[in-house]
Design a binder for this molecule. Structure first.
Ligand code: 8Y4
Length: 278
């Protein structure tokens, strides 16, 4: 199984790691954005060194209740970072739901779009159809501002699967080939603790859609709820969750802690390889 990201064909026969690069505004906002861009670029290089296979660059926090960032502000945050990463060999993913940001990021060198809105914004399908970039289609219920108020499903697996199938069909109808698409159930996006763990338990069911599955569990509140740990102490829980996702068929893991997740995957791979040797 391969994922086409522009010129790069990403081999997903072994699970791959997407490292998270947040471009957050620096606290010296009077002095322009140079420092936060520089910090994001340095962090990106570190994640590559640690073994990241994709970098996910985001300029708007999509954590529950986070403030909305204007299109121009988001562009000002992410485009200089993408431009500053011209020489890297790993594909760059742009984390955005705004079509104008997608277009500018792809022009600046990104070869994947990670859209928590699954290309439902008008023009998003058109922007991607005109490109050769990969796309991650994520499920959410509600908007990041209200999604955790009272998530409700009759059957969460059924609803998420149906939504992702419809978005896959919309992408194919718009001219985006299947080998450019990834699906993601969207852990924490309009889901209760029970919903999130039901999805993780049954993650293998998404494989039937025939498209690689991406899982984003890193540091999320579902892990805080079961461990009692604050966000800065969820590394072990995140690695455990990532490994469970891989065992249930996830092909891409979106993580903050790249080095630790790489090691966990090496243990998993050693177990699998040694089955074949016997
Ligand atoms: C601590 C740190 C607590 C981060 C919560 C968070 C996903 C995603 C996000 C995901 C895909 C987040 C952009 C939420 N999550 N994209 N983005 N899948 N494809 N929260 O699960 O990291 S942001």
């Amino acid at each position: 199984m391969f994922l086409r990201c522009g010129k790069v064909k990403l081999d997903l026969s072994q699970p791959k790691i997407m490292g998270i690069v947040n471009v957050t505004p620096d606290s010296f906002s009077d002095g322009g954005k140079h420092l936060s861009h520089q910090a994001a670029i340095i962090h990106a290089y570190r994640l590559i060194e640690e073994g990241a296979n994709i970098l996910d660059i985001g300029g708007e926090s999509t954590r529950p209740g986070a403030a909305i960032v204007s299109e121009q502000e988001e562009l000002d945050r992410v485009i200089p970072v993408i431009e500053g990463l011209q020489n890297i060999y790993v594909p760059i993913s742009i984390d955005t739901y705004k079509p104008a940001v997608m277009r500018a990021a792809l022009a600046a060198g990104a070869s994947m779009v990670n859209d928590i809105n699954a290309l439902q914004e008008s023009e998003a399908l058109v922007v991607l159809a005109k490109s050769d970039a990969a796309v991650c289609l994520m499920h959410k219920q509600g908007s990041p501002q209200n999604m955790q108020q009272s998530p409700q499903y009759i059957d969460v697996m059924d609803e998420v699967t149906t939504f992702l199938r419809l978005r896959l069909q919309a992408c194919v109808a718009a001219g985006i080939a299947l080998d450019r698409l990834v699906i993601d159930p969207g852990f924490g996006f309009g889901k209760t603790l029970e919903h999130n763990f039901e999805i993780l338990r049954n993650l293998n069911e998404f494989i039937e859609l025939g498209i690689p599955v991406l899982a984003g569990l890193s540091r999320k509140s579902m892990l805080g709820q079961v461990t009692g740990q604050a966000v800065e102490h969820r590394q072990a829980a995140s690695v455990a969750a990532a490994l469970i996702a891989v065992q249930r068929g996830a092909r891409i893991l979106r993580v903050h802690d790249v080095r630790e997740t790489v090691d966990a995957l090496k243990v998993w791979q050693a177990v699998n390889e040694r089955i074949l040797e016997k």
